[in-house]
Design a binder for this molecule. Structure first.
Ligand code: TMP
Length: 234
């Protein structure tokens, strides 16, 4: 497959056309942003980690019955994926209080929930990705009821699969964000699953091993991405 012109550049990835309209190539950058692009930086090696780690996880999820956009990794930073129309809903699942949940409700981080929580943010940078209830997503026709049911079902499989996968690697899955797209009318998992999009705490020390190290200036950012990568490759 041939790489053609760039279609889009996001905060962490570029997307290129190919000679086949059914497929695109994503190219992962080392750029990092936080707080809707207000904080900008670079995390050396992040693109390689996030590309490879996402692909390992997407292949595992396929085996668990979640269809994904993954086709083939073609270099350290580049992967061929199915072209999709992204549903403008960020799907967030939480197992433990942290981040915006802790802030919104004025509670500490680290409260373990009996059941995972499930929420949407409206994927819209101009509005700062606001929290959105399902009826509003339906009112704005961002997705159909059936698509939302499918998204919920897949998100729960992703949570169960990732919790086990990371626990085997001495990491607690605190929360994560995933995105879905439409391909031939079907809902499939797209975007990435990486330390940019998950909160991961070391099982023994509760040390934060994810993008919160960058967001909160906790130091050892590059080293932490590499440490997670080493555990994931095991
Ligand atoms: P939050 O606690 O800030 O709402 O984040 C929940 C999860 O979503 C966390 O694992 C980080 C991830 N996330 C993204 O992937 N992209 C984003 O833009 C934000 C705000 C969070």
């Amino acid at each position: 497959m041939e790489k053609r012109e760039q279609m889009y550049e996001g905060k962490a990835k570029k997307v290129f056309k190919t000679d086949d309209p059914r497929y695109v190539i994503v190219d992962y950058k080392d750029d990092a942003t936080a707080f809707n692009g207000e904080k900008k930086g670079q995390i050396a090696g992040k693109g390689v980690v996030n590309n490879t780690m996402s692909n390992i996880i997407f292949q595992l999820l396929e085996k668990k019955g979640v269809p994904t956009h993954f086709v083939e990794q073609i270099s350290e930073r580049e992967t061929i994926v199915k072209a999709v129309k992204i549903l403008p809903l960020e799907v967030i699942v939480r197992n433990v209080s942290a981040g915006s949940f802790a802030k919104r409700y004025g509670v500490e981080e680290g409260i373990v929930f009996d059941e995972p929580t499930f929420e949407f943010s409206y994927k819209n940078d101009d509005l700062g990705d606001p929290l959105m209830v399902e009826s509003h997503a339906l009112a704005l026709k961002l997705a159909t009821k059936e698509q939302i049911e499918t998204v919920r079902k897949y998100a729960m499989i992703v949570n169960d699969t990732l919790k086990e996968f990371f626990l085997e690697r001495d990491l607690k899955l605190i929360d994560f964000k995933i995105e879905f797209g439409l391909c031939d009318g079907e809902v499939i998992l797209a975007d990435e699953i990486s330390p940019d999009t998950c909160r991961l705490w070391d099982v023994h020390t509760n040390e934060k091993m994810d993008k919160d190290r960058f967001r909160r200036d906790l130091g050892n950012v590059e080293e932490t991405y590499q440490a997670v990568f080493e555990r994931v490759k095991k």
